[in-house]
Write a protein that binds this ligand. Structure first.
Ligand SMILES: *Cc1c(COP(=O)(O)O)cnc(C)c1O
Length: 300
């Protein structure tokens, strides 16, 4: 964002339910995050609500392909072109997710990927990358990540140290050939969950956006009695998690933005219903059978 010239006095739109990074990177440029509610069916930014959040100060939209589900990029790109805004895709949870046959991260001017160990393509420590087709922006980002100098001692700007650690790069290169297979395994897990959970009335299973390939970083269900279910599962050796228990506008860190909980009613309601079930390529059919039957026995 800094290398696109975004900073003080600007606004950047992102979604009310995400990891804090989607918003905190906006603030770090000096700009102001502006949240938009989530779509009740797909849990990512509700594209129908974006235009009313645009002001004369808006410079960019950051759609987040949350859980590995692609955002409606056709609508996002349409809105962005109409209002002359940059689109920066947050692909931290969506390695190799596809929208209309095209991988996410290739729609906007740039995209960010995380290689945090828990991500679909994870290093053994922290790492990440920026994707862009714009050579001018690529050059600027490289410069910024290397203290503003592409040649030693020629600091054209002030930057930061954000070099990809060599050891992490080696680990990522070794894992990369397996990622498509691992993604397919995640989809297999999701398919099986869908089959086994779809007829439990107390559970809403995740719906997949048409014409997309979901990469299932997370398999998120919605339930009413979340705490009861998660502690029941914990007693049976099944770990669950919540992504995320507090929508961004409800975080203490964003009190200064003066949002009210009901400004984003869907994100606000879902923060107490969403529950992430175990999902990773090595999860076996038997494991999933056990998890699903445990959930069923909780509700019976
Ligand atoms: C993990 C994550 C990030 C941040 O990635 P880091 O590697 O920790 O910087 C950003 N956005 C989303 C949606 C994430 O899940």
């Amino acid at each position: 964002m800094k290398m696109l010239g975004i900073g003080y006095g600007d606004e950047v739109i992102t979604v009310a339910n995400s990891w804090i990074s989607s918003a905190e990177t906006i603030t770090q440029t000096g700009a102001r995050p502006v949240f938009v509610d989530i779509d009740p069916e797909y849990y990512s930014i509700d594209e129908k609500l974006i235009e009313r959040a645009i002001t004369a100060k808006t410079k960019a939209i950051i759609p987040v392909h949350l859980h590995g589900q692609a955002v409606n990029m056709e609508q996002i790109m349409f809105i962005a072109e109409k209002h002359n805004l940059y689109v920066i895709e947050d692909c931290a949870q969506s390695h190799f997710t596809e929208y209309n046959g095209k991988r996410v991260g290739t729609f906007g001017i740039a995209a960010s990927f995380s290689f945090y160990p828990g991500k679909n393509l994870g290093a053994y420590g922290d790492a990440g990358c920026i994707l862009t087709n714009n050579s001018d922006l690529a050059e600027k980002c490289k410069m910024y990540a290397r203290h503003g100098a592409l040649k030693k001692h020629e600091h054209k700007i002030e930057g930061i140290n954000s070099r990809l650690d060599g050891l992490q790069a080696a680990i990522l290169s070794a894992k990369l050939p397996y990622i498509l297979k691992w993604t397919d395994e995640r989809v297999r897990c999701a398919d099986q969950y869908d089959t086994l959970l779809s007829n439990i009335p107390q559970i809403v299973i995740p719906r997949r956006r048409p014409n997309t390939k979901h990469s299932f970083h997370l398999y998120v269900i919605r339930v009413k009695d979340r705490e009861g279910l998660s502690s029941y599962l914990k007693d049976r050796g099944i770990e669950t998690a919540i992504h995320y228990p507090t929508a961004l506008h409800n975080l203490k860190a964003y009190e200064y933005l003066n949002y009210k909980p009901d400004d984003f009613p869907v994100a606000n309601a879902y923060q107490s219903q969403i529950l992430s079930l175990p999902i990773y390529p090595e999860l076996t059919d038997d494991n999933i059978e056990y998890i699903a039957s445990s959930i069923r026995s909780y509700y019976i």
